[in-house]
Ligand binder design. Structure first.
Ligand code: ADP
Ligand code: GLC
Length: 491
């Protein structure tokens, strides 16, 4: 352990505020990052702690002790309680806001079970931000030097602290996805007691609405995003979602730090979800996982057919609409496909219709399934991730760690983490996947043909697998980059 990171002899104190954290609650990569990054920071000697809403799954999984009761916020009917526990299997203390009227309901963290956003999301996440700001005032037992905010759900924290003369903490705003901006009506200003001048183009106003994300981007002391390429991308009109001007103005305080992965949770050698463990020295054992996956998904055991995996939120972002029209062509090559995902109902239906047409070649599982996601990473030969934009992406890194060769579009974190199998890169033994450029089904299919050609060459394929498995995707380096950002704010 490295205990260098101290201020006046005590550890740097960090409050990591997030709307989801694996294994308590997870809808995507933010959940994984919120588990692994604070852990990595603690290993570097920081006193990092989490703040999360008390959804039912969080309250069920943690043993919690009360630290504060009767915290009253207008317009809540009842006071809320602040509880503390420790991450399951981890080392990070977690503060949980117990507030049944906001968080204890069936459904997901952001949406009800039919996929509609909760009507009171402004209040639900405004209160999360209010509680974080209380920590920032140093009014509670834990007095953070830095509050690290994540995505729009925590965007009001920097605004609250900026307008509070008693605030003692610096803020970092991390963008995991620019496409979700937290847009609400102007009543939010009065609701949370923000000064009227904040509702300005130089503030949290966005086309006549209040944007929680813009509040974070405008008022935070520093901005980070989850890969260097995405940090550049979001300064352009194509990827900036309207905030490219603000981000360009603030680019001296904007850092792109590529996500790591939790190499304990995602390790084919120790993964308890998969039937046969393996590593780079025992790669042939991976095939047994392919067989097990086929069996589980009721796909026939075809000896030389590649199995293509996809695990994804079914949204435009992930390029699923590029995949859908070419599924028949992909299957014509002799490949099989295993797709796991949930999201847009239209995409779900179209995938299910195709699965009914090709029962021996295409398996589609609609829903969220952590176990199956590990089994697909272990069992598939190729992983498809043709995202239209991708702030970082974790599945391509999980894939490489599992010897599953990714096919990705050159964007955001995919561009930063996958090295294309050009003849030159193959020769240099650095290629780890297949990369295509434009948002086009035809290009994707051409790239897939390129991958299939290499798949037939056992030696080349083995080398691609090994190159990926040997890469270090752990959090260590990236967590140190976050520490540099925090330290630059408090000296
Ligand atoms: P994003 O956060 O944009 O969805 P990432 O690649 O960063 O994309 O992270 C996605 C995470 O969510 C991964 O851990 C992936 O395995 C997981 N995931 C996505 N969809 C599902 C699903 N249907 N079932 C299980 N895990 C899923
Ligand atoms: C977002 C992004 C994804 C990123 C994840 C964690 O959901 O879409 O690219 O990996 O956040 O930072």
């Amino acid at each position: 352990m490295d205990n260098k990171h101290t201020i006046n002899g005590s550890k740097l104190r960090l409050l990591f505020v997030t709307s989801e954290a694996y294994p308590l609650v997870k809808t995507g990569g933010l959940g994984d990052v919120s588990y692994a990054l604070p852990n990595a920071l603690r290993q570097l000697g920081l006193d990092a702690r989490l703040l999360l809403p008390g959804y039912p799954t969080v309250l069920e999984q943690l043993s919690l002790v009360e630290v504060h009761e009767n915290i009253r916020f207008y317009p809540l009917q009842n006071p809320l309680r602040l509880l503390v526990g420790t991450m399951p299997g981890g080392i990070t203390p977690v503060y949980v806001i117990e507030c049944p009227e906001l968080y204890e309901r069936d459904g997901g963290p952001y949406q009800d079970s039919s996929g509609t956003d909760w009507e009171d999301n402004a209040l639900r996440f405004g209160i999360l931000s209010k509680v974080a700001a209380l920590f920032g005032d140093h009014n509670l037992l834990f007095k953070p030097d830095i509050i690290h905010c994540n995505d729009w759900q925590t965007g009001l924290v920097p605004a609250f602290l900026k307008f509070n003369p008693k605030s003692r903490a610096q803020t970092v705003m991390s963008i995991h996805n620019m496409a979700y901006q937290g847009l609400f009506g102007t009543e939010v200003i009065n609701l949370f007691g923000l000064p009227p001048e904040s509702f300005s183009i130089f503030g949290l106003e966005y086309y006549g609405k209040v944007s929680f994300l813009k509040a974070g981007l405008f008022y935070a002391d520093w901005i980070t995003t989850v890969s260097p390429t995405y940090a550049k991308d979001i300064q352009t009109a194509e990827y900036g979602c309207g905030f490219e001007g603000l981000l360009t103005q603030r680019n001296q305080q904007l850092t792109g730090i590529v996500n790591g992965i939790d190499t304990n949770v995602w390790d084919p050698k120790t993964d308890t979800y998969i039937s046969h463990s393996y590593d780079v020295k025992n790669l042939p054992a991976k095939f047994r996982n392919t067989q097990a996956l086929r069996k589980k998904l009721k796909l026939p055991q075809l000896k030389n057919a590649p199995l293509i995996g996809m695990i994804t939120r079914l949204t435009e972002q992930k390029g699923i609409d590029l995949v859908l029209p070419i599924i028949p062509d992909i299957l014509k090559t002799g490949a099989q496909m295993a797709i796991l995902g949930s999201g847009d109902k239209n995409f779900e239906k179209r995938l299910q219709a195709l699965a009914a047409l090709y029962p021996n070649k295409l398996s589609v599982t609609i829903g969220y399934n952590e176990e199956l996601s590990h089994q697909i990473e272990a069992g598939a030969n190729i992983f498809l991730m043709p995202s239209k934009f991708e702030p970082c992406g974790l599945n391509q890194m999980y894939s490489m760690r599992y010897g599953t060769v990714p096919i990705v579009r050159r964007t955001g974190g995919l561009a930063d983490t996958v090295i294309d199998a050009t003849p030159e890169n193959i020769k240099k033994q650095i290629a780890t996947g297949f990369v295509f450029e434009t948002k086009s089904s035809t290009e994707l299919l051409a790239c897939l043909h390129r991958a299939l050609q290499s798949f037939r060459n056992k030696k080349t394929w083995r080398q691609l697998q090994i190159n990926g498995m040997k890469r270090d995707f752990s959090w260590h380096t990236s967590a140190k980059q976050y520490v540099s950002v925090y330290e630059s704010l408090i000296v």
